[in-house]
Design a protein around this ligand. Structure first.
Ligand SMILES: Cc1cc2nc3c(=O)[nH]c(=O)nc-3n(C[C@H](O)[C@H](O)[C@H](O)COP(=O)(O)O)c2cc1C
Length: 167
């Protein structure tokens, strides 16, 4: 590719913008991430979480999390939860994140999202080079709000999903 570094090139891959909410005992956290669809049957999604983060520590103990797909009006929250660490402050309280109880797991579900997926970890890949752990998770409950438009992350910027391309 002409004059473009590998890092810049990888940023051209459009990604989902989700908040991973986790809880173990009295401890909870919320962090911005990307999630990828893996399979419909069984319903599997995958996320990649840095092993240096509080979110990772909570998932390792609880083996569950919620993938909350953000709507376009939550761009500031995506930025805040994606730049401050839960080991330093209680992000859910600091940023007034409104949650409700999940139906099948203990981690909190974020209100006002495009979609919410309650997930149980099926397996993980932690012994790979680099600092991330990859979690393959089964969706055990879901909620959709089709009236909202989801966010997308592309080239270090946020976009709102717009017009459908008809075939
Ligand atoms: C749009 C966006 C996507 C991100 N995706 C990921 C990701 O997939 N995995 C990851 O480990 N960090 C990702 N981050 C960075 C974390 O959200 C950020 O470091 C966060 O503060 C970690 O939270 P914690 O320390 O409370 O767990 C992303 C940040 C942004 C803004």
């Amino acid at each position: 590719m002409s004059g473009v570094s590998l890092v810049q090139a990888t940023r051209q891959l459009p990604c989902s913008v989700v908040i991973i909410t986790t809880q173990y005992g009295d401890e909870s956290d919320a962090m911005t991430a990307s999630a990828m669809f893996v399979s419909e049957n069984p319903p599997f999604l995958v996320v990649s979480i840095s092993k240096t983060f509080k979110t990772y520590q909570l998932i390792e103990k609880s083996h569950e999390f919620v993938i909350n797909v953000l709507a376009g009006d939550k761009v500031n929250l995506a930025n805040q939860l994606g730049s401050i660490h839960g080991r330093d402050i209680d992000k859910l309280t600091k940023f007034n994140v409104v949650t409700e109880k999940a139906t099948k797991i203990n981690s909190p579900v974020m209100c006002g999202c495009f979609a919410n997926f309650e997930c149980k970890v099926k397996t993980s890949l932690a012994d790979i080079e680099g600092e991330h752990s990859i979690y393959l998770a089964e969706v055990v409950a879901h909620k959709i709000n089709p009236g909202l438009a989801p966010l997308v992350w592309l080239n270090n910027r946020f976009y709102r999903v717009g017009n459908e391309c008809k075939v």
